[in-house]
Ligand binder design. Structure first.
Ligand code: PEP
Ligand code: CO
Length: 449
């Protein structure tokens, strides 16, 4: 493996077209913010990034499974202890269910501690009949329906950096300090099974897990060991604002390679993966594991060329393909993609994002997603991979630990008229904690059978 890519440096993206960048009006302030950021400490350490890549390499051949999830768009105001704790908690709970059912380690990656930048389908949006510049995530502008609040402000990148640091600090404390112990997470799951209207159907699995834990205790395997008391948790976000990402890109003093130290894993959105575009140019040179979203509008040859550009050595763990085709069209788009990637011999983790192509506007005018459609895309994803002889290696969700009403369906049968009760997302609708756990139990049933 080479440590640096030919003709690359952390600024080489600047000679390419970068889509989806905020139109920063104050260039001087923008440059000042980026130079401050480039002097601040990295948020994550290159050794951790390498560790994640090693684990993802295992997911390529089915020895591990990726669980990635969190907000569509983190908000500055959402950087609070309860929010961070609840999101971590639900991901840990899902991970325990999937670990037990799948019989393999689950790699836990949050869309957290930096998921502050959003791509938009248009430069402007209509809010209450007024046309405003689009909200591009808290790191660019405010979502308030006010033309002045919508002007991109570079200081927000600095704030985003410090809030990412605060979030990461708490995540590290929770995962090392006993909060994430297997016994605790299991107790939360038992609580969920008791309280959920569908709890019964999950009882069997929860009971078996309980027996497994009791058995370990009985034969004298202490649960007071780091493997059971601590959790390994990684961060990720969409690598979108390239000035920010460049400023946090550092050369690792121990190995000489370049790492984007804003998060462990970065992904490329479906809208910014042009082969000659700035995003691909930037990402080809950093050694982080990379996700790539692939929606219905992709071209197979283009995807193969991008993978080759990003991973010329075909290193396993480097590339995760996050497909998001929609429950109704996954069977049309996924099989040809699988066959193309397989024929080219490319080492990838196959991951399903069952959220982004299942979004619709409800009769009451809310952007929502239906639990059954999300589940149906997941089911097709597993079945198609099994029938093609490839490995379904992971799942990617927009979710929160809060009790929101953003997606319809699930055991409580949330309906359109409930969406207004607690709709908090400023961007896409998320599964709430209960819906997320149900999803995990449903996947557990699929992967056990
Ligand atoms: C997202 O993950 O929030 C997103 C914008 O996804 P995509 O690039 O797949 O549309
Ligand atoms: Co989204």
């Amino acid at each position: 493996m080479t440590t640096s890519s030919p003709n690359w440096n952390k600024s080489s993206w600047q000679s390419r077209t970068a889509l989806q960048q905020p139109n920063w009006p104050d260039r001087k302030k923008y440059d000042e913010v980026l130079s401050s950021l480039s002097l601040l400490p990295p948020l994550v350490f290159a050794g951790e990034i390498r560790e994640l890549k090693k684990m993802l390499a295992k997911a390529v051949d089915g020895q591990a499974f990726l669980l990635q999830g969190g907000d569509c768009s983190e908000e500055f105001a959402g950087c609070t202890a309860p929010n961070i704790r609840e999101t971590l908690k639900v991901l840990l709970q899902m991970a325990v269910i999937l670990t037990y059912a799948g019989g393999k380690p689950v790699i836990k990656v949050g869309r957290i501690a930096g998921q502050y930048a959003k791509p938009r389908s248009s430069d402007t949006e209509m809010v209450n009949g007024v046309e405003l510049p689009s909200y591009r995530g808290d790191m660019a502008n405010s979502c308030l329906p006010d033309p002045v609040a919508r002007i991109p402000d570079p200081e927000r990148m600095l704030k985003g950096y410090f809030l990412s640091a605060a979030t990461l600090n708490l995540l590290r404390a929770f995962t090392r300090g006993g909060f994430a112990s297997l016994q605790r997470v299991h107790a939360w799951n038992q609580e969920f099974v008791k309280q959920s209207p569908m709890g019964r159907s999950y009882e069997r699995l929860a009971k078996q897990l309980n027996q497994a834990l009791n058995f370990m205790e009985t034969i004298g395997i202490s649960t007071d060991i780091p493997q059971l008391k601590e959790a390994q948790f990684f961060t990720s976000h969409e690598a979108l604002f390239l000035g920010y990402e460049e400023s946090l890109t550092r050369e690792d003093s121990t190995t000489g390679g370049w790492y984007d130290c804003s998060a462990h894993m970065l992904w490329i959105g479906d809208r910014t993966r042009q082969i000659d575009g700035a995003h691909i140019e930037f990402l080809r040179g950093v050694l982080n594991p990379l996700g790539m979203k692939i929606g219905p509008k992709h071209d197979l040859d283009d995807i193969l060329a991008i993978i080759e550009r990003l991973n010329p050595d075909n290193e396993p763990g480097r590339i995760t393909l996050i497909t998001r085709f929609g429950s109704k069209t996954i069977d049309k788009y996924l099989p040809p993609l699988i066959r193309g990637v397989k024929k080219a011999g490319l080492q990838v983790v196959w991951c399903c994002d069952p959220m982004h192509a299942n979004t619709f506007t409800s009769a009451s005018g809310r952007k929502t997603r239906n639990f059954d459609e999300i589940l149906s895309e997941l089911r097709c994803f597993f079945e198609l991979h099994w029938s093609e002889g490839t490995i379904p290696g992971g799942v990617h969700f927009e979710l929160t630990g809060e009790n929101v009403t953003e997606c319809i369906g699930g055991a409580r049968e949330l309906a359109d008229e409930h969406l207004n009760l607690n709709y908090l997302s400023t961007c896409d609708p998320r599964l709430n904690a209960e819906q997320s756990l149900e999803m995990a139990f449903q996947i557990a049933e699929m992967i056990r059978s």
